[in-house]
Design a protein around this ligand. Structure first.
Ligand code: TYD
Ligand code: MG
Length: 462
């Protein structure tokens, strides 16, 4: 690369688009103020490429029959034993799979990965590359987390080529890179964290991971808007993208897959950050329903599916006389427009007048219900508050509400009912059509109430 010419370009930190001059707005993705200066080497013009015209029918390529390609799916996963993480990964870590773990600073990415190293280090050797903290800091954290430290190898390094060399030499069974924004390729002149560095570092690490069939976790920071700082192109390169989310106001952290080549992206893992690291929340329904006021109007329990997991959560509504010319409607944890739609259905189809009432709707625990099967519980909580008649404390309401006021069936009803029964619920209002295909003997603790219209469901209020 002696005679490689350096040139200055402007690279969009959101999508990776390049431009020879600075622009306020990226012409490709339209985001503002994301074009950052970067220095790249101009690629040497190769004379060999396509010098000779292609001859008809000549190629080096051969295609393989899909059925004959060797698959190592069964033995190619490492089960970490941290079941919330395994679930999100789709059943464990895939050999050669590269996972990007992103999240805001302080959410617990380094803690999570160090705990992961500890969890698998009994049977596997792990290489932890830290670009942010010193070896001593990582050691102190490992002590605090009370990890078995025998098979965890640590290196504080930023040079990607050195790291690749170390991986080839040591042949670890898992590699952690903390974080990609601190890594740099020595032959690229821009500073670490720039688009070209992040892109090239990821590509080189990925190549080693694939060649050595070693799974790799890469930490990536997110910027203010929640996007991964640096190019989106990093998300295209890796096999799995995990987002670790948390709010300082919430007691728990949520791990989600935004992309997964080896599993579903619906799954979600819940963790609690304690004084001794992250602990799994195996029973989120129990946690979300803890401390629930009993016998109070305006509350109803819904069940949402997060991937394959049913989670019960409490919906609270408050309908109060308005002091404004047009009533206020606020909503947290539920779609605002859907709430208005349900209010209109209740007015038109069941004759409840919300016209002069403010309505406040809140889902407890800071979770967001995106599932339409929560419609019925939302309607019940609003009507319960309007009439000031409480819903039975141990009642679950599941069903989608249509514009005609009819209650429609929902997927995974059996799992939702089983979860309610496990938590100790006694009654469930469900769509009437679904009642016919269920066997009530499967849920001995639950009284199943079928409702065809919203007015049938409202008759369960005390
Ligand atoms: P960290 O894993 O360093 O976050 P990240 O790598 O995502 O930036 O740590 C996150 C926070 O968690 C840190 O502010 C301190 C806190 N913490 C605990 O509460 N308990 C613990 O056992 C540990 C290790 C950290
Ligand atoms: Mg960290």
């Amino acid at each position: 690369m002696k005679d490689a010419k350096l040139k200055t370009v402007y690279v969009c930190s959101n999508c990776g688009e390049t431009s020879p001059r600075w622009m306020g707005r990226c012409p490709s993705c339209g985001s503002w103020n994301t074009m950052n200066e970067d220095v790249v080497a101009e690629p040497a013009r190769s004379s060999s490429a396509r010098a000779v015209p292609r001859q008809e029918g000549s190629t080096r390529l051969t295609a393989h029959r899909l059925a004959e390609i060797r698959s190592t799916e069964e033995k190619s996963r490492i089960v970490t034993g941290i079941s919330e993480l395994d679930r999100v990964l789709g059943g464990g870590i895939v050999l050669g799979g590269v996972v990007l773990l992103s999240g805001e600073p302080g959410v617990g990415k380094s803690t999570m990965l160090l705990q992961l190293c500890g969890a698998i280090s009994d049977q596997h050797t792990v290489l932890y590359i830290t670009g942010e903290e010193s070896e001593r800091q990582v050691k102190l954290r490992a002590n605090r987390l009370n990890l078995s430290q025998q098979n965890i190898y640590l290196a504080a390094e930023n040079d990607v080529d050195e790291i690749c060399g170390l991986i080839e030499k040591e042949k670890p069974e898992l590699v952690v890179i903390d974080s990609i924004q601190t890594m740099r390729c020595a032959d690229i002149s821009s500073s670490s964290g720039t688009v070209s560095q992040v892109k090239e570092s990821t590509a080189r690490l990925l190549a080693v991971a694939k060649k050595q069939e070693v799974p790799m976790f890469i930490v990536g920071h997110v910027n203010k808007d929640g996007a991964i700082a640096g190019p989106k192109v990093m998300e295209h390169l890796v096999d799995t993208v995990l987002y670790f989310e948390g709010d300082r106001m919430l007691p728990y952290r949520i791990l989600r897959a935004a992309k997964n080549r080896y599993g579903s992206t619906n799954e979600l893992g819940m963790f609690d950050m304690t004084g001794r690291g992250l602990t799994e929340i195996a029973n989120p329904s129990q946690m979300l329903l803890e401390g629930r006021p009993l016998g109070v109007s305006g509350n109803c329990v819904a069940c949402t599916m997060e991937g394959t997991r049913p989670i019960l959560s409490e919906i609270q509504a408050l309908a109060a006389k308005t002091n404004f010319p047009s009533p206020r409607r606020t909503c947290s944890g539920y779609d605002y427009n859907r709430m208005n739609l349900l209010i209109a259905v209740l007015e038109k189809r069941a004759g409840f007048a919300f016209g002069s009432l403010d309505v406040y709707l809140n889902v407890i625990g800071g979770i967001t219900l995106r599932d339409t099967s929560c419609d019925l519980a939302v309607c019940l909580s609003m009507v319960s508050s309007l009439l000031d008649r409480p819903v039975h404390d141990k009642l679950l309401a599941v069903g989608e509400v249509g514009l005609g006021g009819e209650i429609r069936s929902v997927p995974s009803l059996e799992q939702r009912l089983r979860e309610a029964e496990r938590i100790g619920f006694e009654q469930a209002v469900i769509p009437k059509h679904s009642l016919a295909r269920l066997n009530p003997a499967d849920y001995p603790g639950l009284r199943l109430i079928g409702a065809a219209y919203i007015s049938d469901a409202i008759s369960v209020l005390k």
